[in-house]
Design a protein around this ligand. Structure first.
Ligand code: PMP
Length: 427
């Protein structure tokens, strides 16, 4: 018997959400599998987006971390730090940002805070454009640019935030439009917002909204936005915390589906790059990164041990072409899920790219979100030995699938079969 849940309830804040009626304590993992306290094994179709970009207990990362732990973990600032410089160099090389500078933080939230610090200082403006249904983190300023009400626990931000359309296609006034008309409608909305505000510092957007339900804006949307923003000197911040490092298969960064007008001014990243070690960061052109006129350091951002993990993990990802694996295996998985859900009236859409796949549920025969069935499917999948996530701003009615990027075809098929069964048994 595991009494950890009751202890958790007594000591942790009420707002610290857990999945499942009987939450799982994960005790160890290997590859794409994790084990719980009772020794039950699960195929992990969600940990890839949270912490584990490549594989659980990847030997290359474990070795790099334990060797570094035995050598030195010191401040990431004030003294030269070799693994930090080396990882920054590698990230700059793959960033697609000209004259890139890299700054490391400990989380995605802190990365986005840093991006806001840069953009507001560079533009001398505290007005920010953000997307409806977005999620950018939990700090005071990050919740101030988070459009997803369920993840924005205070409205007292000192930023002036204006929300624009575009992140979600299945709902809202522009639902049902084809790609071209959808983009035109969103650009018209953006221009309308710009006509009623002081000059904003930046637009921040997730290329594919993560917490918002793995949504799928049309390719080119942010390029069309970029044309409008550029004309007014407004910066484009791409929050790549979920979409970076090849997850979307076709592209190494999510913004590359919107690259016609050049790369973003600022990119933020976090989550899986350390394969569980806490790495976040910001990439920006030197002109923007260097606009701060006083010291700004992070004691733990860029420590040798997290950087050692990042170097080993990114090296593994590139050497084994895990972006290509995400494209191939993710493509098969999407096709397979579309086939098995085609006859299910409650499945409105299977969407996604690479290994970032959303399954949106509605009450059968209606257009209404169906969070209750989504929760039931999560439970049923768990019973079947599969961990998935859920999300979505219009009630939590999208299932989220994001396995480690090393997922095999056999594992994809096994997971699809469990999910099919879970969906069937939940109606
Ligand atoms: N941005 C996005 C797109 C995210 O999905 C998240 C985390 N869910 C964050 C920022 C915040 O990252 P962290 O939890 O590491 O602070």
């Amino acid at each position: 018997m595991n009494d950890l849940y009751s202890r958790h309830r007594r000591i942790m804040p009420d707002w610290l959400a857990l999945y499942y009626d009987d939450p799982i304590e994960i005790t160890h993992g290997e590859g794409r599998h994790v084990w719980d306290f009772n020794g039950r094994r699960y195929l992990d179709f969600f940990g890839g987006i949270l912490t584990t970009m490549t594989a659980h207990a990847l030997p290359e990362v474990t070795k790099a971390v334990s060797e570094q732990a035995g050598r030195i973990i010191h401040s990431s600032t004030l003294y030269l730090n070799r693994p930090m410089v080396e990882l920054a160099e590698r990230i700059a090389q793959v960033s697609g940002i000209p004259d890139a500078r890299v700054f490391f933080t400990t989380s995605g939230t802190e990365a986005n805070d840093t991006a806001l610090l840069l953009a507001t200082a560079h533009r001398r403006s505290n007005t920010i454009l953000a997307m409806r249904n977005s999620y950018h983190g939990r700090s005071f300023s990050a919740v101030g640019i988070t459009g997803n009400r369920g993840w924005s626990p205070t409205s007292l931000s000192p930023l002036q935030t204006l929300y624009v359309h575009g992140g979600v296609r299945t709902r809202g006034p522009f639902a049902g439009l084809d790609d071209r008309d959808f983009i035109d409608a969103c650009v018209a909305d953006l221009k309308d917002v710009l006509g009623h505000t002081r000059p904003p510092a930046a637009l921040i957007a997730e290329p594919v909204q993560g917490v918002g339900g793995f949504t799928s804006p049309p390719d080119g949307l942010y390029a069309a936005f970029r044309d409008v923003l550029k004309a007014q000197g407004i910066l484009w911040i791409a929050d790549e915390v979920q979409t970076g490092w090849g997850r979307t298969g076709d592209h190494f960064w999510g913004w590359q589906a919107h690259a016609r007008s050049g790369p973003p001014d600022i990119v933020t990243f976090a989550k899986g790059i350390g394969n569980g070690m806490s790495i976040g960061g910001v990439i920006a052109r030197a002109e923007i990164m260097n606009c701060l006129d006083a010291n700004s350091i992070s004691t733990f951002g860029g420590t040798q041990i997290t950087m050692a993990a990042g170097l080993a993990n990114l090296g593994y990802l590139l050497e084994h072409d895990l972006q290509g694996n995400a494209r191939r295996v993710g493509g098969l998985l999407i096709e397979r899920l579309r086939a098995v859900t085609a006859q299910l009236p409650g499945v409105r859409e299977v969407r996604g790219r690479g290994l970032m796949i959303g399954v949106e549920l509605v009450k059968p025969g209606t257009d209404e979100a169906d969070p209750r069935t989504a929760a039931a499917v999560l439970e049923a999948a768990r019973q079947g030995g599969l961990l998935i996530g859920k999300g979505g701003g219009h009630d939590t009615s999208a299932l989220r699938i994001a396995p480690p990027l090393s997922l095999t075809v056999a594992e994809a098929e096994e997971g699809a079969a469990i999910l099919e069964e879970a969906l069937r048994s939940s109606y």
